[in-house]
Design a protein around this ligand. Structure first.
Ligand SMILES: NC(=O)c1ccc[n+]([C@@H]2O[C@H](COP(=O)([O-])OP(=O)(O)OC[C@H]3O[C@@H](n4cnc5c(N)ncnc54)[C@H](OP(=O)(O)O)[C@@H]3O)[C@@H](O)[C@H]2O)c1
Length: 281
């Protein structure tokens, strides 16, 4: 299979490049590939002649999106339109990586199914939802693969930040009133490979099983690494006063993924253990 990967040097992009290496891959990265350059993006995609494009590139700084709405919409919504136009020009399918932040306005209390209607709270969530709409409308075939609370090898992420603070012995307040699906980039990449192999279009959630609050997630990571969890203190979302609003509940259900591929994604605790073992080595 010929696959073009946008954002190939991002945290998830790297995991995807490594997991999909049995196929013929073309990485598209900045500065030569810019999502907001419509003509350039379409040209880069058509020239790579893919059967599928895995679109991971995005403006991922959630608070940064809140501060610069135009740039978030330009990159995440219109940029995805540009990728979808490229797919349309060469007949390729588009696997668009989206986010749990497309949900948040609804009052969910049980895992959200992939077909449920998004209702984002933040500019980041709205811009990624824009990307979903363009992927669905313009690509000849689309897979929307939402993931959440990502950590992985070599990226800047929550787990790394917590461990860094613990090593310094500095106390840290962690939000305990947002519940989501912590997910290991390597496992998400395996899910992407399974979806591409099956080729069944539609909406999927690629997250590790189970749920946690950020505080529970941090506590588990510290315990697994043998640190004293006393360095972290639970707090409320309002106490942190971040620019972007975040969903109180955005746990994603993997039902459509498991039913379609026959593959289950392991629990977030098992995935975190495997990741942290790698960090110790
Ligand atoms: N991180 C999470 O917790 C999370 C949760 C849910 C969903 N997601 C989604 O998962 C995907 C991957 O996330 P990630 O955490 O791996 O992100 P990341 O590490 O920030 O990587 C994003 C990639 O996109 C590239 N990029 C940014 N702006 C671009 C532009 N204008 N044109 C071309 N490329 C551009 C970046 O290149 P430069 O580094 O050169 O700017 C980088 O390689 C994203 O679509 C994100 O929305 C992430």
């Amino acid at each position: 299979m010929r696959i073009t990967v946008t954002g190939a040097d991002g945290m998830l992009g790297r995991a995807v490049m490594s997991e999909l290496d049995r196929w013929e891959l073309t990485p598209l990265t900045e500065p030569t590939f810019k999502l907001e350059d419509r003509e350039g993006a379409v040209k880069a995609i058509t020239e790579s002649n893919p059967e599928w494009v895995v679109h991971t590139a995005a403006m991922t700084n959630v608070d940064g999106c809140e501060r610069d709405l135009a740039q978030a919409y330009r990159i995440n919504a219109l940029g995805t339109r540009n990728v979808a136009l490229g797919c349309a020009a060469c007949g390729a399918g588009l696997l668009y990586v989206s986010t749990d932040f497309v949900f948040g306005r609804g009052h969910h209390t049980s895992p959200i199914e992939a077909w449920e209607l998004p209702a984002p709270l933040s500019i980041y969530g709205r811009s990624k939802y824009g990307g979903e709409r363009y992927a669905e409308a313009l690509a000849p075939k689309h897979i929307i693969a939402r993931t959440a609370w990502l950590y992985g090898r070599g990226g800047a992420h929550f787990v790394g930040a917590i461990l860094h603070r613990a090593r310094e012995g500095k106390p840290l307040r962690i939000v305990d009133d947002q519940r989501g699906s912590p997910s290991f980039a390597d496992d998400v990449a395996v899910g992407i490979a399974c979806l591409l192999e099956g080729g069944v279009p539609g909406w999927y959630h690629l997250v590790n099983e189970g749920s946690a609050t950020w505080f529970e997630f941090a506590k588990a990571a510290l315990a697994m690494m043998g640190f004293d969890s006393g360095v972290i203190v639970p707090c409320s979302t309002t106490a942190l006063n971040r620019p972007a609003p975040r969903p109180a509940y955005s746990v994603l259900s993997t039902f459509t993924y498991t039913e379609t591929t026959g593959h289950a994604i392991r629990s977030w605790e098992s995935a975190l253990e495997v990741f942290l073992e790698g960090e110790k080595a």
